[in-house]
Design a protein around this ligand. Structure first.
Ligand code: DAH
Length: 348
């Protein structure tokens, strides 16, 4: 029996040499230690022995078991180590390979212009505020000195939802909302960028949805010169230091006096070209001093307070600045159009 045990040890010593994976090693273990394995087979002889022999045989058997276990254990460690190295080798990542060309998004041209204007006004102490796009007639028209039946309402063909609710036709209602929320607290210095809606047929220069940026300043002793200085700074920032501004008398129900502001053509410098349609000037925004009725309607005493307001369109500014000829390109999400702005990253 001892001989058989020794044979078994040398047999395993031989067989284990040819094992090259933990899986094969597990199969081999079953061959030795499994239910029908060699070791089990040898132990089955125990029952044929006398008690003394049994004790001796038991000791031998334990020692054999230990020896075989050690062989398995050592081999297993070697194989685990080998397999780990193979896996690491196989899964090695070459970090020097060029990366996949990931498409990176870019800021929408309108966001770009809006950010630029927001940053400028915030640096001058303005707050950026917003208001609802579904607006009450009260804020959109009435408080802004456009009572029901006022002819100037027709100029802003509106999407009414109910008799009293509509999609706001301009960002000016935020002027009224801000004043009412502040109740004679001054100064107010806000800009409000946002979407507005009008019943227009969409074409190259019209869209039923577009954007405006509204500005409002209320304090004591605000005058036309404050308005001029502020707009001059903003337009030079947007279109270049050499730009000049021209103020033309105009009419808006919510300002008195009202002006329309032109900027000298940034393309031809005022000589006359296709962009300025030969005039040398580009019409850019509407503004004026806040009408006393609007101040009164919104809780400010016009004898004590005055203010200026302005409103302009980021679409128009982006179209001029980036040479975009169709306003619809802003909303159709054509990547060929949007990707042209990738190249402008890093610029203002
Ligand atoms: N709300 C005007 C429009 O949509 C633009 C405008 C003009 C806004 C004069 C103003 C302003 O604040 O003072 O056409």
């Amino acid at each position: 029996m001892i001989e058989k045990m020794n044979e078994l040890k040398s047999k395993l010593n031989e067989e284990i040499k040819n094992i090259s994976s933990t899986r094969e090693l597990e199969d081999l273990r079953v061959k030795y230690f499994g239910k029908k394995g060699y070791v089990t087979e040898i132990s089955s002889h125990m029952k044929d022995l006398s008690n003394d022999e049994k004790r001796e045989f038991g000791m031998q058997l334990n020692s054999l078991r230990n020896d075989l276990e050690v062989l398995f254990y050592e081999k297993k460690n070697i194989l685990i180590d080998k397999e780990l190295r193979e896996t690491l080798e196989k899964e090695k990542i070459d970090i020097t390979l060029p990366a996949d060309n990931n498409d990176v998004g870019t800021l929408h041209p309108l966001t770009r212009i809006t950010n630029e204007i927001e940053e400028l006004f915030v640096s001058m102490g303005y707050d950026v505020v917003s208001g609802p796009e579904i607006e009450r007639d009260l804020y959109n028209f009435e408080l802004l000195n456009l009572p029901k039946g006022h002819p100037a309402r027709d100029a802003q063909d509106s999407f009414y939802i109910t008799e009293e609710m509509l999609l706001r036709t301009h960002t000016s209602p935020v002027q009224a909302r801000t004043m009412i929320a502040n109740q004679e607290k001054t100064p107010i210095r806000i800009i409000c960028p946002g979407a507005v809606y009008r019943r227009d047929e969409d074409d190259r220069t019209h869209s039923h949805k577009f954007h405006q940026i509204e500005g409002l300043v209320i304090d004591e002793n605000i005058s036309m010169s404050d308005l001029k200085g502020t707009l001059e700074l903003a337009m030079k920032h947007l279109f270049g230091e050499e730009r000049e501004l021209r103020f033309r008398p105009s009419f808006f129900p919510f300002t008195e006096p009202s002006v329309e502001v032109d900027v000298s053509c940034f393309k031809c410098g005022g000589e006359g070209c296709a962009i300025c349609k030969g005039t040398g000037w580009i019409e850019i925004l509407g503004s004026g001093l806040v009408h006393p009725n609007v101040l009164k309607n919104c809780g400010y005493d016009p004898k004590k307070y005055s203010g200026f307001a302005f409103g302009f369109g980021p679409e128009r500014i982006a179209m001029l600045k980036y040479g975009i000829s169709d306003i619809r390109s802003f909303y159709t999400n054509d990547l060929r159009f949007l990707n042209t702005f990738n190249r402008m990253d890093g610029e203002n």
